[in-house]
Design a protein around this ligand. Structure first.
Ligand SMILES: O=C(O)CCC(=O)C(=O)O
Length: 300
């Protein structure tokens, strides 16, 4: 849905200033939006998944594990396809308060796209390099966002999401290397063109929500603290904005309408959408795995 049309509607939960800020910056932090009852339920899922991961010595369809993961000292990078891994996670993704917030910036008809829970483990959890999301899953328009909720208090030392304001209005950068391999990250050459000194750390107490436009350049630093940084991330689009390619990690809920009505027309915004790899053929584990593999190739 066009931004102008969204702005004609009264917001459900955000005040108008906050909603305008989302459109100006390309992201918004909503401190403590998710309350204690949901946080308890989500943390119980996290605890159960950490226990379950102890039985594994290699990544699988559910868990993306760090190389040093072991039963005694689990180190999960990501719970993949999160809404398929526990009914509570799908219940949260459809909760009316969650969907209201998404509706405030994408409009009344909403579709679910994909889901993950990034752990960013304590004492060295991986950095995520600067990237834009839409290149991994191009859609017919830019009316797509990621809704992230921090399950614990998150400060600058834990490697919070970090975003560059206004970059959703700038170029879409190639996320392939010079040999045509997917890197999932901007090249150093492109990063040098960006005002990284204006980066904003998206921190907040447990329950803080971050909304990230699909084009905004963002990343996160290493977690140098002694605490995990669990962040549950779900992607939604306006219902009239459809994916052009198979999702990197499709869930059984991908494409489900979570609010409103099926549209009659598709919203198309012409833009140079370089096609990502055929994820349905080559597979996709996580941004950590993709960026790590690209770095290993670069160092060869
Ligand atoms: O978990 C993070 O710090 C970054 C997540 C992210 O940007 C992504 O998965 O696309």
């Amino acid at each position: 849905m066009l931004e102008e049309r969204v702005l004609e509607r009264a917001p459900l939960v955000l005040d108008r200033r906050a909603r305008n800020r989302y459109f100006e910056d390309g992201f918004l932090t909503v401190p403590g939006y998710v309350g204690a009852a949901w946080l308890d339920r989500l943390r119980a899922v996290v605890a159960a998944k950490v226990e379950a991961s102890r039985a594994l010595s290699a990544s699988d369809d559910q868990f993306d594990l760090a190389p040093d993961h072991c039963a005694d000292k689990p180190n999960i990078r990501r719970l993949r396809k999160a809404v398929d891994q526990h009914p509570e996670l799908w219940a949260f993704a459809q909760d009316p308060a969650v969907v209201d917030l998404v509706a405030d910036v994408l409009g009344p008809d909403l579709r679910f796209h994909s889901s993950k829970l990034n752990f960013k483990w304590s004492d060295g959890g991986d950095a995520v390099q600067w990237h834009q999301d839409i290149q991994a899953w191009p859609h017919t328009s830019f009316s797509v966002l990621t809704f992230g909720v921090y399950l614990d208090d998150t400060s600058a030392e834990q490697g919070p999401l970090t975003a560059l304001p206004g970059t959703h209005r700038g170029p879409l950068f190639d996320q392939f290397d010079d040999s045509g391999r997917w890197t999932g990250a901007l090249s150093a050459r492109d990063v040098a063109t960006l005002p990284t000194d204006r980066a904003v750390d998206l921190c907040g107490p447990a329950g803080t929500v971050v909304l990230i436009d699909c084009r905004v350049v963002h990343g996160s630093a290493v977690n140098h603290s002694s605490r995990l940084r669990p962040l549950f991330l779900n992607v939604y689009s306006s219902a009239d904005t459809l994916p052009l390619t198979p999702a990197p990690a499709p869930t059984t809920r991908t494409g489900v309408l979570v609010r409103g009505e099926e549209p009659r027309h598709v919203h198309m915004e012409p833009y140079p959408a370089r096609l990502p790899p055929r994820w349905d053929q080559v597979g996709y584990r996580s941004i950590f795995a993709a960026q790590g593999a690209a770095q290993a190739v670069a160092m060869d």
